[in-house]
Design a protein around this ligand. Structure first.
Ligand code: HEM
Length: 176
């Protein structure tokens, strides 16, 4: 996202600010969370964006990017509806975990799905990624053509994201 929106020089700047010059990132390999959070901090500085806005944008960007990458097949087998996809998400992560044993996957549990509202409980042993998750969920809504907005509630069990779906873009157009 840094390269696409701000150019290669900005990415080099991010690497240098994160003290990661010369680092090569290889797909399918695990990296320490220190690397991830150093990159987030550096990208925040270089972009001048507020960290939560950057993470939200990155979550949205990541869905579009991944759905059109070699992981696209996994997106398609995850289901053709938002609810089905979210229901299958833990299984999808479990199958990725089988190929990356060192990964620590998050959990998404569907708590409620009625009257256009989907509640999902997000739990993870990491902290600091809430805004990223919100962006991912917004990205998924857009991927499935859903309009609407997301609210967040902190609960003792974890963070509950409520996806308020106002209807499919195509259906709204049809109704107009
Ligand atoms: C093709 C689809 C996907 C693949 C291959 C994939 C794979 C992964 C991998 C490899 C990690 C890193 C875990 C680690 O290194 O410890 C991860 C983390 C994560 N994934 Fe996915 N994922 C996919 C889809 C999604 C989607 C659609 C969401 C949307 C909610 C999501 C949410 C997350 C979050 C929030 C994390 C951060 C880890 C944490 O919270 O602790 N993933 N995923």
């Amino acid at each position: 996202m840094v390269v696409e929106t701000m150019g290669e020089a900005a990415w080099q700047d991010v690497l240098s600010q994160a003290d990661l010059q010369g680092e090569h990132f290889i797909s399918g390999q695990c990296y320490s969370d220190d690397v991830t959070f150093a990159l987030i901090d550096a990208a925040t500085k270089v972009s001048g964006m507020a960290q939560d806005d950057l993470l939200k944008s990155f979550g949205k960007y990541w869905i579009g990017y991944t759905a059109n990458s070699s992981y696209g097949t996994m997106f398609r087998v995850g289901g053709d509806q938002l609810v089905t996809f979210l229901t299958n998400l833990n299984r999808m992560h479990a199958s990725v975990h089988a190929t990356m044993p060192e990964s620590r996957m998050p959990s998404f549990e569907m708590l409620r799905n009625e009257h256009g509202r989907i509640d999902v409980l997000y739990t993870s042993d990491r902290t600091g990624l809430t805004a990223f998750v919100e962006g991912l969920l917004k990205g998924l809504m857009e991927y499935f053509g859903e309009t609407g907005y997301i609210t967040l509630e902190e609960t003792p069990e974890g963070e509950v994201f409520s996806l308020h779906c106002a209807g499919k873009k195509s259906e709204l157009k049809g109704a107009a």
